[in-house]
Design a binder for this molecule. Structure first.
Ligand code: NOJ
Ligand code: CA
Length: 635
């Protein structure tokens, strides 16, 4: 924002809104994608999501920029990995001053990334494989290059004059915080041609749309219909808390915003009942849950406050940061689901922690001032953990077992690194590393042509960290994550079950039980499976697990609770668990199907290695057919 001389001029009376348009551009000459096979409408509650940056994934035409054709070419990989739903970061035309969140046309694909036909072909292929696809819907703002804004800024009386938020001074809504505090000094920027200020919650080149104007609402609903008609399975709703402003408020989470989201849900559901709305609202739990409404607003919401607390907990080697925030998290309406994540395309945000906690996180995780971006840390998962694989496994075990649907950030399944010398959040948006070949197998373009340089350092560079090498090595991190992902999918209780912390005197141990909802009584009536002993001593056959198919199979056959025990410490730890509620049950470890000693009346002892964890199915019978006592079972 720059101060500028003011020219007084008469106030304009806004013209009455024109009649509501019957519909926006509707797929001109484009064939919509085939729909995914019908599944349960709440498929997203069991799904594993994978966040992907189209321009960073795979370059199918060798121009140095990943593209939609590249996504399509890598569907084999994504299917092999076992993810259920892709979340595509913005792929729209854009001057690219905010990674594509500065959109200049909502109705097509950025020419660098392909065409609408490419997108339809990709959706067809993804759906055929049972993979759903959601994309960012940036409702709050546009690029200042968007024709709507170009028109709006041009005069006081053009047809789009009130499509953005204009004011004569820059003092209004002074209680609204500046989100990118390190870059912007105000939420207002002066516009010379209108002799007014325009409102923006993010960069000054991203003017906020004016949702008080019904034409804007209708235009955005047209955008929504357009992409749903085309075959998208839903949206990640970017920056939703900021849609409205009101005097004397922070301009976040206003009732008007919630009313608009409920309207959007209603419109969507009327025509597309199985599509999902996922809210990006970086808010405290009490405000976050409002985005679910009474089950009539967003289907999903990112649990922002949980994420930094996972990193805090493992550094402090104490469960408290996680249990505290979960205790503060209200119960969510039926049919709703959290989206939980470790890292994403943005900085590791520290907005929703106390000042003391922020200082702690910076002291522990920011080794170089270059790592700080906006109000957070611009690093990927592996470097944050100093490359410690055990710790990464522990964090993924938490991600895959805490309440919510996990979202994996592309490349983090390989433990890819970051590049602190790139500006803004590009540090964590470098090309996917496919092989040790030129440009990491991402593109055959000249290195100088690439949208960003691939990592080439000896630790995280593509010669050491890549899909090809990890696919060949059965003990790689990639294989590990694939197998734990399959395990999760066999137990839908991870997606839909209730959550209960198990008391344990050792503060480094985080144990909880995920139970079928509502929790099965101790005398569960679930038909016990026959213990079909396999070839390996001490292993038992499968219980009533869901098939290992995609997340929307909705095969809720498992009625046994699952006990998850995690050691947040770098040293081995004993855990005495109060499992009185599950007395007589037999814990069977999920990854190896090894039965442990049955739960008795005393506390249940488990020993965990450094950063170790166990997930147990709590079976209502002993699959080994043992009586009381220790029939030589491991324990
Ligand atoms: C949230 C997006 O995740 C972030 O990348 C972007 O900078 C802001 N919204 C503003 O569009
Ligand atoms: Ca390309």
């Amino acid at each position: 924002m720059s101060a500028a001389p003011r020219t007084p001029r008469p106030r304009r009376t806004p013209p009455p809104p024109p009649p509501r348009r019957a519909g926006g551009p509707r797929l001109p000459g484009i064939r919509p994608a085939a729909l995914p096979a019908a599944g349960s409408p709440d498929w997203y509650r069991r799904a594993v999501f994978y966040e992907v940056l189209t321009r960073g994934f795979f370059d199918s035409n060798n121009d140095g920029i990943g593209d939609i054709g590249g996504l399509r070419a890598k569907l084999d990989y994504l299917e092999w990995l076992g993810v259920d739903c892709l979340w595509l970061l913005p792929y729209f035309p854009s001057p690219m001053r905010d990674g594509g969140y500065d959109i200049s046309d909502f109705f097509t694909v950025h020419p660098n990334l392909g065409t609408l036909d490419d997108l339809v072909a990709f959706l067809d292929d993804a759906h055929r494989r049972g993979i759903r696809v959601i994309a960012d819907l940036v409702m709050n703002h546009t690029s200042d290059q968007h024709p709507w804004f170009v028109e709006s800024r041009s005069s006081w009386d053009n047809p789009k004059a009130d499509w953005y938020v204009w004011n004569d001074d820059d003092q209004r809504w002074a209680d609204a915080r500046v989100v990118f505090v390190d870059v912007e000094t105000s939420n207002w920027t002066w516009e010379q041609s209108r002799q007014q200020y325009y409102w923006h919650r993010f960069y000054s080149h991203q003017p906020d749309l004016n949702y008080e104007n019904p034409e804007v609402v209708e235009a955005m609903f047209d955008v929504v219909r357009f992409w749903l008609d085309l075959g998208l399975d839903g949206f990640r709703l970017d920056a939703v808390p900021y849609l409205f402003q009101r005097d004397g408020t922070s301009g976040e989470n206003l009732p008007e915003t919630h009313a608009l989201l409920r309207r959007l849900r209603k419109e969507m559901e009327a025509v597309y009942p199985d599509r999902v709305m996922l809210a990006e609202a970086n808010q405290w739990p009490a405000d976050l849950v409002d985005y679910f409404g009474d089950g009539d607003e967003c289907h999903m919401c990112f649990h922002f406050p949980l994420m930094p607390r996972l990193f805090m907990a493992v550094r402090r080697e104490q469960r408290f940061p996680v249990t505290e925030i979960l205790a503060q998290t209200p119960v969510i309406p039926d049919g709703c689901q959290w989206a939980i994540f470790l890292r994403n395309h943005d900085e590791l945000t520290l907005e929703k922690v106390s000042e003391e906690e922020r200082d702690y996180m910076v002291a522990e995780y920011v080794k170089d001032p270059r790592m700080q971006r906006h109000m957070g840390i611009g690093r990927r998962l592996a470097p944050l953990l100093d490359g410690d694989r055990r710790l990464a496994q522990l964090l993924y075990a938490l991600l895959f077992s805490l309440p919510g649907s996990p979202v994996i950030y592309y490349g983090d399944e390989l433990l890819m690194g970051d590049n602190l010398y790139l500006g803004d959040r590009d540090s964590v948006r470098t090309p996917m590393q496919w092989s040790p070949d030129r440009n990491g197998g991402f593109s055959r373009a000249d290195f100088a042509q690439l949208y960003l340089p691939p990592l080439m350092d000896p630790v995280y560079g593509f010669e050491s960290v890549n899909v090809e090498a990890q696919q060949r090595n059965p003990s790689s991190f990639l294989h590990w994550i694939r197998s734990i992902l399959q395990t999760r999918k066999q137990f839908p209780v991870f997606g839909t079950g209730s959550f209960e912390v198990v008391p344990c005197a050792n503060p480094s141990v985080l144990a909880y039980v995920r139970s079928p909802h509502p929790p099965a009584p101790d005398t569960t009536t679930a038909a016990p499976d026959k213990a079909t002993r396999g070839g390996r001593a001490g292993r038992v056959g499968r219980s009533g697990r869901a098939g290992a198919g995609r997340g929307d199979g909705a095969v809720e056959v498992v009625s046994n609770p699952v006990l998850c025990v995690h050691n947040l410490s770098r040293f081995a730890q004993p855990a005495e668990l109060d499992l009185a509620r599950w007395a007589e049950r037999t814990p069977v470890e999920l990854l190896g199907r090894v039965p442990f000693q049955s739960v008795g009346s005393a506390t249940y002892g488990v020993t965990l290695g450094p950063y170790g964890f166990y997930w147990f199915e709590l079976m209502d019978h002993d699959p080994m057919g043992r009586g009381d006592g220790n029939d030589g079972a491991p324990g």
